[in-house]
Design a protein around this ligand. Structure first.
Ligand code: FES
Length: 90
């Protein structure tokens, strides 16, 4: 049996704190590593609407607001809240 999983170390745990955000490029599209309210999140750094980078999105009460057109997505589910749009895929 062979192992096909690959593990990448993106950040040292001691560097993670609330409001941490960093973009990484790992074999393809960029990903956004965030820490929010003690939870570490890894998501595509791409708004599901038209692809804006989410690294500059505003964050309030667990809702990420895209800087381009203002679509808001719940970080708990990825669901778009204020417009018909695809969800963030975690
Ligand atoms: S690209 Fe994010 S809301 Fe349009």
């Amino acid at each position: 049996m062979s192992c096909t999983s690959v593990v990448y170390c993106l950040e040292r745990v001691l560097n993670l704190n609330d409001d941490y955000r960093q973009v990484f490029q790992v074999q393809g599209p960029s990903v956004l590593l965030m820490m929010v309210a003690g939870h570490t999140l890894l998501l595509p750094n791409r708004c599901p609407h038209q692809g804006a980078g989410l690294h500059n999105a505003s964050l309030s009460s667990g809702v990420l607001r895209c800087p381009w057109h203002g679509i808001e997505c719940a970080l708990s589910t990825g669901r778009a809240l204020n417009a018909p749009c695809a969800n963030i895929e975690f």
